[in-house]
Write a protein of this length. Structure first.
Length: 215
């Protein structure tokens, strides 16, 4: 499972400090069905990418970002389910598992524990664990608008604003081809006039839950 910084397409980036840091979910990206090979076995599975904006800042004053790519499954053995249950601090109910909208994760706060690892001669920041934000601690509001891309109802302006690497990954999926993508790329959502609607839902998605459950 590749867990890497995805703030830009550049291979040169500043690593956020290792350790615990407050964060908010800044993007939920549907990657479609992707092939992966593990121990000689190749599988095609639906994948999603969760991106978090951290309280920690780069030298230029902008917040660090880290991402985690996982199989889009809430099976009892799925990594995504374990990750989300650690994040919310309790298990899902059967009713919640029947229809969980991952869009609710946008803007939800959390506490991430980051570690630095080396892979192929490069340093990366990996998400070691996630948990609810402790009482008395707050996660800063997002600097950039949250981003949601869903291949079942794609917003192609949002797609145009994704990194070229993400666009390439998504374009390889059968869901992308079935979604009838435009022949020419629209302007990225970020270039819309300030009065235009946001490309992703701005609602917290968790304000009505009890016991400080973030989603």
């Amino acid at each position: 499972m590749a867990l890497t910084i995805t703030a830009t397409d550049s291979t040169e980036f500043e690593l956020p400090p290792a350790g615990a840091t407050a964060a908010r979910c800044a993007a939920v990206i549907d990657l479609g069905s992707q092939q992966s090979t593990y121990q000689g076995e190749t599988k095609t599975q639906a994948k999603i990418l969760l991106t978090f904006e951290l309280a920690e800042l780069r030298s230029d004053g902008t917040p660090h970002r880290v991402s985690r790519r996982m199989t889009a499954s809430l099976h009892k053995k799925a990594q995504l389910r374990a990750f989300l249950e650690q994040w919310r601090g309790r298990a899902f109910t059967d009713e919640e598992l029947r229809a969980f909208n991952v869009g609710k994760l946008l803007k939800a706060p959390c506490l991430l524990n980051l570690v630095h690892i080396e892979r192929a001669g490069k340093q990366y920041a990996n998400i070691l664990s996630v948990s609810p934000v402790p009482k008395g601690m707050t996660a800063p509001e997002l600097v950039d608008a949250p981003v949601l891309f869903d291949l079942s109802a794609p917003d192609w302006q949002v797609f145009a604003g994704l990194s070229s690497r993400l666009q390439e990954t998504i374009s390889a999926s059968p869901e992308y081809q079935a979604a009838n993508p435009p022949k020419s790329s629209p302007a990225p959502a970020a270039s819309r006039p300030a009065s235009a609607p946001k490309p992703a839902p701005a609602a917290d998605g968790f304000a009505d839950f009890e016991d400080d459950i973030p989603f």
